[in-house]
Design a protein around this ligand. Structure first.
Ligand code: ADP
Length: 558
């Protein structure tokens, strides 16, 4: 038993974000973080502003003093943020978490009601806000009562914004607030299990749920992400996290970069194809991370303008399945891709598709086959697939099952939700359906709610979508199960064509024919002007199901 085992003679140093902050500020003190503020109203910022990890640590300390002394944040209060990816966002994150309070980045793409719900649920005390988002935040805060202070980034006088917020909320200017404070803070020695950050999942399926990360889980996740086979970056690289901080701390990059000395480029508000191209190109970015919709816009822009990105070595892509055609487009331009799967609940990395033996030497289509899987888990993530009764299924690359995970950076409960989310063995059910192969490579077949049940068998909507977007005229594709009198459900393919392109139902079905099992072929194709997305760029299937609720298949006619 544990009690009889001998304890080691090693140091008991708690894993804490303070250590990451201090390591980044000393060993990599001159490494830079460059923010592109974009334009827009209220921008008194320089277009591109460069600071160092040393500056960020100093300003994080000043921020911690300011919220302690002036805002009375002395315990585990939640400090929210309502801003794009920028250097100040990191200052707020570290300043808050290292002093023992909890950083709660808010997703401004959610609906105001959802944001308000999160603020109330988390009982956020203070919010740091970009001036360009002040008006939206003012509306959100009507009907909340925990927020006592709003801090507007930049140096504009606070009075300019005060009228936007409900009475009783004190408005501060960020620069005025931290100006003149000590840039050294005597950070407390925290228990490593102390909460550090609170991120809400978007609620693709249901209300947003809070995941309360600890210092320990964030440090372990950073170490896990810092491998050549994970994010693939080093101290010689430049990383552009397109993925926002509110999305699981920019997929953990907010902690990874300073713990590895990776230079950061922060994109600010402009995330369209042309802007992301300009950023990647001007800043000579080597590694970048974001969801497929961002890369779709980038690739379209690059193709239309016939431009290249010679410095870009790797695109990390996750949040939704990365289509094969996209993988190929990046490989053709000499950029590696790393398809990743994860969840807010997992901090978020779960698997990454790196080529390892026996697949390393594969070429052509066979190489794409592996790169298109969601990949295998890094050390620190354990996985299993089970049937509905919880029985483990084989790792044969064919059998689908419910994907369950465990690890030290995975949630065991949701914040302030009194429900058990683990199975008897302590595994969390991801809500995804997948296969596993003997080498640990995982393939997502579907979200358990989206899988199409046809005649008692399962059809993967994701496989059909990935195939359909390979058609040259298709910009984006979504597949939903629609009721069928004989088969229970059959797949309906919903297509948005590329601008200026045309294709008929028959063209698209002919393109798919022979590439999948006959019985997987969609029963019909519907063309739409736009496919709805969630706030994190996933196809919003609930909205599509709603839109097509009265639809009946031509094949359903008696
Ligand atoms: P949300 O976007 O709902 O806030 P998450 O980012 O936590 O939350 O979403 C996690 C889910 O996204 C996963 O359970 C899975 O269904 C989907 N997902 C993430 N990455 C991939 C991927 N590479 N391929 C397919 N699905 C993915």
């Amino acid at each position: 038993s544990y009690s009889r085992s001998m304890l080691s003679t090693m140091m008991d140093i708690p894993l804490s974000l303070t250590r990451i902050l201090e390591y980044g500020a000393s060993v990599h003190g001159s490494t830079t973080v460059t923010t592109w503020h974009g334009e827009g109203t209220g921008s008194e910022f320089d277009p591109a502003e460069e600071v160092t990890f040393r500056d960020i640590a100093a300003r994080a300390a000043a921020f911690a003093h300011a919220i302690h002394d002036d805002l009375g944040i002395t315990g585990d209060e939640r400090v929210g943020s309502f801003m794009w990816n920028c250097a100040e966002h990191l200052e707020v994150m570290f300043g808050t978490a290292c002093k023992g309070a909890i950083f709660a980045p808010l997703n401004k793409q959610l609906m105001n009601d959802q944001i308000r719900h999160i603020i109330n649920h988390a009982e956020i005390s203070a919010i740091v806000c970009d001036p360009r988002l002040a008006q939206q935040l003012g509306k959100v805060l009507v009907g909340t009562d925990s927020v006592k202070s709003v801090i507007i980034t930049g140096a504009q006088p606070a009075q300019q914004f005060a009228h936007l917020f409900p009475r009783g909320i004190e408005v501060y200017s960020y620069e005025a607030l931290i100006d003149g404070r000590s840039t050294v803070y005597d950070w407390p020695e925290l228990d490593e299990r102390t909460a550090a950050a609170l991120c809400y999942s978007t609620g693709t399926t249901g209300a947003p749920k809070g995941v309360l990360y600890s210092h320990r889980s964030n440090v372990l996740h950073a170490l896990m992400a810092n491998s050549k086979d994970a994010l693939g970056t080093s101290a010689s690289d430049t990383m552009l996290p397109v993925v926002p901080l509110f999305h699981a701390n920019s997929w953990g990059i907010a902690f990874s970069a300073p713990s590895m000395g990776t230079k950061l480029v922060m994109p600010g508000p402009k995330l369209d194809g042309a802007s992301v191209y300009e950023l990647l190109s001007t800043e000579k970015v080597t590694h970048t991370a974001g969801v497929p919709t961002v890369w779709l816009m980038l690739l379209q822009y690059m193709a239309a303008n016939n431009v290249k990105l010679p410095d870009l070595q790797m695109v990390v892509c996750g949040g939704s399945a990365m289509p094969r055609s996209m993988i190929k487009a990046f490989l053709d331009m000499g950029t590696q891709v790393r398809h990743a799967w994860g969840m807010t609940e997992m901090s978020p990395l779960g698997t990454l598709a790196t080529l390892k033996p026996p697949f390393s030497e594969r070429t052509g289509e066979e190489r794409l086959d592996i790169l298109q899987t969601q990949g295998y888990p890094p050390f620190g993530v354990e996985m299993k697939i089970t049937d509905d009764a919880g029985k483990e299924l084989p790792w044969d690359g064919k059998t689908f099952g419910r994907l369950k995970v465990s690890g030290p950076a995975i949630a065991k409960a949701y914040f302030r939700v009194d429900a058990n989310i683990l199975d008897d063995a302590g595994f969390f059910d991801t809500g995804d359906v997948s296969t596993m192969d003997e080498h640990g490579y995982m393939r997502i077949t579907d979200r358990s709610k989206d899988v199409i049940k046809s005649g008692g068998e399962w059809i993967s909507s994701i496989d059909l979508e990935n195939l359909a977007v390979g058609h040259p005229a298709v910009a984006e594709a979504a597949v939903i199960g629609v009721h069928h009198p004989k088969w229970d459900e059959r797949p309906l393919l919903i297509v948005q064509l590329k601008q200026g392109e045309s294709a008929t139902r028959e063209d698209i079905l002919k393109y798919m024919d022979g590439k999948i099992a006959k019985w997987w072929m969609p029963d019909d194709v519907a063309f739409v002007d736009g496919i709805p997305h969630t706030a994190t760029g996933k196809i919003l299937k609930t909205a599509l199901r709603d839109q097509f609720k009265d639809y009946t298949f031509p094949t359903a006619a008696a």
